[in-house]
Design a protein around this ligand. Structure first.
Ligand SMILES: [Zn+2]
Length: 128
C-alpha cells in the first residue's frame, strides 16, 4: 500500500520544510553574491565584463532552478494533502517512504525515475 500514514506524512512534511529552507538559503546566498559582484567597483575591463556576463547567466539559471524547486515543494505539499504523496505518477506504484524522506519532492519510483532521466537526457541532447 503506497499511501503514507499520519506519522510518515508528518515526517515528509518536515523533510519538505527542510528542503524549502535549503532552497531559500541558496537563493539568498546567490542573491548576495550577485550583488557583491555587480556592486562596488563594477566592471573594469573586457575580461571582467565577460566574467560578469557569465556570472549573470549562471545566476539566472540558478534562480530558475530554485524557482522550479520551490514549485516542486508546493506540488509535493498538495500531494500530501490530497493523499497522493508516495504514489508514483507514472506507474501508480509506491515511491517508497525512505526515498520520499530523502527526496520529499520525488514524483516517481526509482525505476520510473531512472527511465525518465534516461529518456529525458536523450531528448535534451542536440541533434546535429
Ligand atoms: Zn513508477
Amino acid at each position: 500500500m503506497p499511501r503514507l500514514n499520519a506519522k510518515q506524512t508528518a515526517a515528509v512534511t518536515l523533510a519538505l520544510d527542510e528542503f524549502e529552507a535549503t532552497v531559500r538559503a541558496a537563493m539568498r546566498a546567490a542573491l548576495l553574491e550577485s550583488r557583491q559582484g555587480g556592486g562596488e567597483g563594477g566592471v573594469h575591463d573586457l575580461g571582467e565584463e565577460a566574467i560578469a556576463d557569465e556570472l549573470a547567466a549562471v545566476n539566472s539559471s540558478l534562480a530558475e532552478r530554485h524557482g522550479q524547486e520551490l514549485l516542486q515543494a508546493v506540488q509535493a505539499r498538495l500531494r500530501l494533502v490530497e493523499g497522493s504523496a508516495g504514489i508514483c505518477t507514472e506507474c501508480d506504484g509506491a515511491i517508497g517512504y525512505p526515498r520520499l524522506l530523502a527526496n520529499p519532492v520525488a514524483l516517481r519510483c526509482v525505476s520510473c525515475e531512472t527511465r525518465h532521466e534516461y529518456t529525458h537526457a536523450h531528448a535534451a541532447m542536440p541533434r546535429l
